[in-house]
Design a protein around this ligand. Structure first.
Ligand code: GLA
Length: 390
């Protein structure tokens, strides 16, 4: 049993204290990969649009040491189960839960890495839409890379991690989470083009605005299946538009006027998903312009619109997320808020005037509790660096 005092220790101290108990003697190396918050661009990455994530200063820490054999041992201080497996025969096993993520990464490295002992500890809420799973993937890849026969570049690691999530774990996610975890930059958000897979660092002026992640405390349920449904529905919209003669490789290639022209000839659900995507692409472009201009009033308004579109057209909100976004919009100093991550529960991201954060927190907590009976958790976050050896 962990004592309450123990859980207050920094994850690295907890890992250092636990290593010998699990893996005996040896001098492991330490690595870290952050989670992320996406400010704007909901469900645009797998539609080849633009997104606006930032890395946060919380994520997954891992201690790693090579082994003389081809075994891999995966133990987490926060999750079950512990898994031991043959590095050359790694397959998805439902009962392995979280450990399928590092297994997928190690399978992708293949013969390039030695057997490894890996000990994990994180400080992100799990299943809250802050990419705790991408941070496990990227932390594992950063660690494995340090012991690999051939060192991979950061962008290669991003593609490897996404491949592991899509092909090994089976979630048809886009590239945003792994990218933000790998490329995060202190004091900046990333304007990531998910077609060219390149980004521009956009300074985020912390003296003018604070990012407060507001956790509904309702965890996503069965979200992977519903997430994959959205990916499929967008694919259906593209396929139908192509049948109608629109030269679209992805929804990125469709503008609003084109979509409206064919509205009656696209089935209702794919049409609504597409409407969200094409309008969210516009919002993200305009939102970045607002951020570049330091206009947080305008930026917040795009966040509000984004939430509305995610709720009505994309249907990835939840009762609690709506209540929390509404509570934010009635609170002092709030520029705007929207659900973040995949949705279906988890967190919303709010942009708040720094001098109003304390009053903001009190009002949001009161309004959200009155609406749902739940107490939200509110975390101010600063844009932070990406994955690193420690
Ligand atoms: C999840 C996925 C991302 C992205 C978001 C929605 O976090 O992993 O790739 O699609 O949802 O924007």
């Amino acid at each position: 049993m962990r004592s309450a005092a123990h859980t207050l220790l920094h994850p690295l101290d907890r890992l250092a204290a636990a290593w010998a108990e699990h893996f005996g003697l040896g001098a492991p190396r330490a690595f870290f990969a952050p989670g992320r918050v996406n400010l704007l661009g909901a469900h645009l990455d797998y539609n080849e649009g633009f997104v606006l994530p930032m890395a946060v200063d919380r994520g997954t820490y891992v201690l790693a040491a090579p082994r003389a054999d081809r075994r891999v041992r995966l133990h987490s201080l926060d999750r079950q189960p512990t898994v031991e497996a043959d590095l050359d025969r790694l397959v998805l096993e439902a009962s392995h839960g979280w450990a399928n993520y590092p297994k997928g990464v190690l399978a992708a490295f293949g013969r390039d890495v030695p057997g490894l002992d890996l000990l994990y500890c994180g400080d992100l809420p799990i299943g809250a839409g802050l990419s705790s799973s991408a941070s496990i993937l990227v932390a594992t890849a950063t660690a494995a890379n340090a012991f690999a026969a051939r060192e991979r570049s950061r962008i290669e690691l991003v593609h490897l991690c996404r491949g592991a999530e899509v092909n090994f774990v089976g979630v048809k996610c886009g590239i945003m989470d792994h990218y933000a975890s790998a490329f995060g930059r202190e004091g900046h958000v990333l304007h990531l083009d998910c077609r060219s897979i390149t980004h521009r660092e956009v300074p985020f002026d912390g003296s003018k605005a604070t990012i407060v992640v507001c956790d509904t405390t309702k965890r996503r349920e069965n979200s992977d299946g519903r997430f994959n449904d959205r990916v499929r529905e967008c694919g259906e919209a593209v396929a139908r538009l192509r049948e109608l003669g629109v030269p679209a490789g992805a929804l990125r290639d469709v503008d609003r006027a084109t979509l409206e022209r064919y509205r009656g000839r696209i089935p209702e659900i794919p049409y609504r998903r597409a409407l969200h995507v094409v309008s969210e692409i516009e919002r993200t472009i305009r939102g970045v312009q607002a951020l570049d201009a330091g206009d947080f009033e305008a930026f917040g308004a795009w966040l509000r619109d984004s939430h509305e579109s995610s709720r009505v057209h994309y249907e990835v909100s939840s009762r609690e997320l709506d209540a929390l976004v509404e509570a934010v919009h009635g609170a002092p100093g709030a520029y705007g808020a929207r659900l973040t991550g995949a949705g279906f529960g988890g967190c919303c991201v709010a942009v708040v005037r720094p001098d109003a954060v304390e009053a903001f927190r009190a009002v949001v907590a009161e309004k959200y509790e009155a609406a749902t009976g739940l107490q939200p958790r509110l975390h101010p976050f600063h844009p932070s660096r990406g994955a690193t050896a420690l």
